[in-house]
Design a protein around this ligand. Structure first.
Ligand SMILES: [Zn+2]
Ligand SMILES: [Zn+2]
Length: 187
């Protein structure tokens, strides 16, 4: 996934973090706690975080010699559609984040690829790509309303939950076949 350009970070963006108050001394820490509106298109086709819903970030910024290390959790809600029965899915999630953001012109910045290590832009860092990856990578491509969802009957499209345990179209067909055979015998 391409990272958003780091050179024009807007500190007013909800997922841009200003580290001005974090001393640039290795080991210094600062809490990072905020609730932000979820950005658009955060998820997969069948399951995603609704745009504008609350994303809670609970973490720590730690100064390291080459940059700022961000660790913590992101939690929020997911909505989607069950891949088997199409029922609505509505549940909460919590994922971990852990990412190093290298200072501008640090050795780390010069010796690593932007895909491996995040980049600071002055005192700012952008958490959006990190949050996005952490969430999208944990989402199932085929989400289910519950792990044992039996799905829909392929013949009549009714949820198996609403059908008797012995529901089967095969049986009906064989009964009809038997009746047809009977009527043939009567002829
Ligand atoms: Zn289902
Ligand atoms: Zn059926």
């Amino acid at each position: 996934m391409p990272k958003s350009p780091q050179s024009h970070l807007d500190p007013r963006q909800p997922l841009v973090v200003d580290t001005t108050k974090l001393p640039r001394q290795p080991g210094a820490t600062r809490a990072l706690n905020r609730v932000v509106p979820a950005p658009a298109d955060l998820g997969l086709e069948l399951i995603s975080v609704p745009e504008g819903s609350d994303l809670t970030i609970d973490g720590t910024l730690t100064s390291v010699s080459e940059g700022v290390y961000v660790s913590g959790t992101v939690s929020g809600s997911l909505t989607g559609e069950c891949g088997r029965c199409l029922n609505e899915i509505d549940k909460s999630f919590e994922v971990s984040i852990a990412e190093l953001f290298a200072y501008e012109d640090s050795t780390t910045e010069e010796t690593t690829d932007e895909d491996e290590v995040g980049r600071m832009s002055g005192d700012l860092l952008d958490l959006e790509p990190v949050v996005r990856d952490a969430i999208v990578l944990t989402l199932p491509t085929n989400p289910l309303c519950r792990p044992d969802c039996p799905g829909l009957c392929p013949e009549c499209g009714v949820h198996f939950d609403e059908l008797p345990a012995d529901h089967s179209h095969e049986e009906v067909d064989s009964r009809w076949a038997a009746l047809r055979n009977l009527s043939k015998n009567e002829e």
